[in-house]
Design a protein around this ligand. Structure first.
Ligand SMILES: *Cc1c(COP(=O)(O)O)cnc(C)c1O
Length: 533
């Protein structure tokens, strides 16, 4: 990247590919700052900390662990380090800069009150190996949050430790496997509808099940007849995303759950999109046996490069006994503690094992409980209503220009789905997505779900104002008009971002994930080889 610097111009600012329109001696342009890697910036003689007298450092006790050679650190002073990371952060789009309309991701505002609570020393400075007696307050937080999740979902219990949505899916399927083992049955097929999130079939395969696909109806919902036809003694269960990835509620959940249960299977519901129905629908009433909840989506904890996430899994009576360890519980005397081992007297003899070493993401639990308590039950219901209202506003404001394949099926849930049918020849979803970058927005989810040609999945979330939505809609409409009119300049968008259009395929197939020394070293793809400029 320093090569870009040295040439003294920003190719990304030119109108034609590679055309140098402006020249600066620094490689920076206005407040757009180029940045080399820390290893390229630093030198061995610099250090970011003051060490009074290095020779007198108490190192004798390190014995054979004493370093023989200096560590290969970049060598930057403190101000250089701070500037390096701050400059890099400015090349990135963030939820604190503007909307992040990524469908199914629920990238919404992270309230600062959550941060304040999570930073309280009593939570922030905990260590997972501390004696239990010293962390009872933290265990209370976990238990209160668990209570809320159980109440909001109408389920029997919750496993708090999974660390993300997909991790929660795995936890749910391992509970199903344990329940089948306890029944002495071998069932090796999991049914996954086309309208499910991509992690669902991946999780089922990872857990060792065979995945069989269920088609979607023309209305974008699970084909119930096709699903029923596949049920049998080999089916362990189904995984249904609800609301699904077409942005629609699956209205036949109860009928599906009854049929699956009658055939001896379990119902996994992908609840990542719970923010569309929280306070409105309880999955427990729909016959769900296991469902993960993404605290980093519905309950506003940081997400996307800013994680870590948390994916608690709520469980039905049938699966609760198999939930993983450890488990927060309250003794008869009211004292709270963690169940660390299988323990029949605490009703937990059949735990399938552990998902993680400790009890989960304390920082996320604190933030999520803060969010829940600051909204209350009514506030959470309003979250769902506003998320759905905002998505329908986007849907109805753009459907005359961008076809909305399921708009006739009624209102959408929390995300609006468009297709790129009807753009001028040679123009597609990618051009609209890249054009959005020039308009100052993060692109929406593209080419997913697969059941829609050139899908654009927009999830505005409930934290965007009407004024903010109107700006986004105006941009999307203008881009759709340009793509319909065959405006060639869209093909080379983005024009105003730190990088121009990258080769998406190469970037995915040959990602350069580590610093590999000087450019030109054999085996090191150059920036142009990975499609950058
Ligand atoms: C985000 C999402 C997941 C995966 O959750 P992670 O926390 O990213 O692992 C699964 N299903 C749906 C519908 C999602 O939106």
């Amino acid at each position: 990247m320093s090569a870009v610097n040295a040439s003294g111009w920003r190719p990304s600012m030119g109108e034609g590919a590679g055309e140098a329109k402006f020249a600066t001696s620094s490689g920076d342009y206005g407040l757009m700052l180029e940045e080399a890697l820390s290893f390229e910036l630093g030198s061995a003689d610099k250090c970011g900390v003051d060490i009074d007298d290095a020779d007198r450092a108490p190192v004798s006790g390190l014995g054979r662990f004493l370093r023989k050679a200096a560590p290969a650190l970049p060598g930057l002073t403190e101000p250089e380090t701070v500037r390096h990371y701050t400059r890099l952060s400015r090349q990135n789009y963030a939820i604190d800069l503007g909307p992040f309309p990524l469908g199914s991701c629920t990238m919404k505002h992270n309230p600062r009150l959550n941060e304040k609570m999570a930073r309280l020393a009593g939570f922030a400075d905990l260590h997972p190996m501390q004696p239990q007696k010293t962390i009872e307050g933290a265990l209370e937080v976990i238990e209160q949050l668990a209570d809320w999740l159980i109440t909001l979902t109408g389920m029997a219990s919750v496993a708090m430790s999974p660390k993300a949505g997909a991790h929660g899916e795995l936890c749910g399927l391992l509970c199903i496997r344990a329940a089948l083992d306890a029944r002495g049955e071998v069932r090796d097929v999991v049914l996954v509808p086309e309208s499910a999130h991509g992690t669902n079939p991946a999780t089922a395969a990872f857990a060792g099940f065979k995945v069989e696909s269920i088609p979607a109806t023309p209305a974008g919902r699970v084909d119930v007849a096709a699903l029923k036809a596949k049920l049998g003694p080999n089916v362990a269960g189904v995984m249904i995303t609800n609301p699904n990835t077409c942005g629609l509620f699956e209205p036949d959940m109860r009928e599906i759950a009854d049929a699956v249960h009658a055939a001896g299977g379990y119902v996994y519901c992908d609840g990542a999109n719970f923010n569309a129905i929280v306070g409105k629908v309880r999955p427990g009433d729909l016959g769900v046996d296991a469902m993960h909840i993404n605290l980093h989506k519905t309950f506003s904890t940081p997400h996307g490069g800013g994680g870590p996430g948390a994916g608690p899994v709520v469980l039905s009576e049938a699966l609760a006994p198999f939930a993983p360890l450890p488990f927060v519980t309250r003794g008869d005397d009211g004292s709270i503690h963690l169940v660390e081992e299988e323990n029949a007297s605490e009703g937990h003899a059949q735990a399938f094992g552990r998902m993680v070493a400790f009890h989960g993401q304390m920082g996320m639990f604190t933030r999520a409980l803060t969010y829940i308590l600051s909204h209350g039950a009514d506030g959470l219901r309003q979250v769902a209503e506003d998320a759905v209202l905002n998505a329908n506003y986007v849907l109805r404001s753009c459907e005359d220009l961008l076809p909305a394949p399921f708009a006739d099926s009624g209102p959408c849930m929390h995300e609006a789905l468009f297709s790129d049918a009807g753009l001028a020849d040679g123009f597609s979803t990618l051009d609209i997505a890249k054009g959005l970058i020039d308009e100052g927005f993060h692109p929406m989810t593209v080419y997913f779900p697969l059941v829609v040609k050139g899908a654009m999945l927009v999830e505005p979330t409930e934290t965007e104002s009407k004024a903010g939505l109107d700006r986004f809609i105006a941009s999307l409409r203008s881009l759709a008009e340009r793509a319909k009119a065959g405006d060639e300049s869209l093909h080379s968008a983005p024009h105003f971002a730190p990088r121009r259009r990258l080769d998406e395929t190469l970037a995915a197939r040959k990602p350069v994930l580590v610093w590999q020394g000087e450019a030109g070293v054999p085996g090191t793809p150059s920036l142009s080889e990975i499609g950058g400029s």
